[in-house]
Write a protein that binds this ligand. Sequence first.
Ligand code: TYD
Length: 214
Amino acid sequence: MSGRFITLEGGEGCGKSTQAKLLAAYLQTKGIETILSKEPGGTPEGLILRQLLVTGDKDKFDAVTECLLYYADRRHHLTKVVWPAMADNKWVISDRYADSTEAYQYYGYNKRIDFATLKNMYQIVAGDFKPDLTLILDMAPEVGMQRSFAKAAGMENKELRFESRQMEFHNNLRQGFLEIAKREPERCVVVNADTDIETLHAKIVQIVNERLGI
Ligand code: TYD
């Protein structure tokens, strides 16, 4: 596969989606055919899984079931969107990928799933495939949550299943993302997201240029 795979990760309200769009537009201006996608819900079938995952009671799934649903969505996304696009020399930007499962379902919930089980799921779904670059947008959860609730106020079907968790959950998942970045510095870069849109975009462009040599 000769395309590239870039993932954006972070807690609630960190601005990933806006930055993913801006980065895709930037890469297009550089003549790189780029697909902007997301998890959960990067395919029509995945949107149905997304609906199950992001709405309703916060405790409706046990830990393994919840991970399997994210991984089913991920496998479908990889096989239908990411891998075909990369085989076609395109770059794919995904708004969230597997680090979100580790940060939310493992660290967020205080390790209630076995780490090896989670890693096995990754292996089954993606094998040795991994992103070329992962940008972790980091900010204090209090700031992100405020942004997230402000956005949801205008939504008809409020996607607040995770936002309704306690602050401890959000602090845990932030630490989780930082752990992942520490473990895999060749793949992950942590970026301070508590700044304005243009400054953050410029920083991201700089990192992508340095890491992937555009
Ligand atoms: P997203 O659409 O990125 O929402 P937001 O813009 O609010 O960050 O992701 C939807 C929710 O799904 C979000 O609360 C994080 C959660 N999630 C997991 O818990 N595990 C995962 O593996 C993924 C991909 C997302």
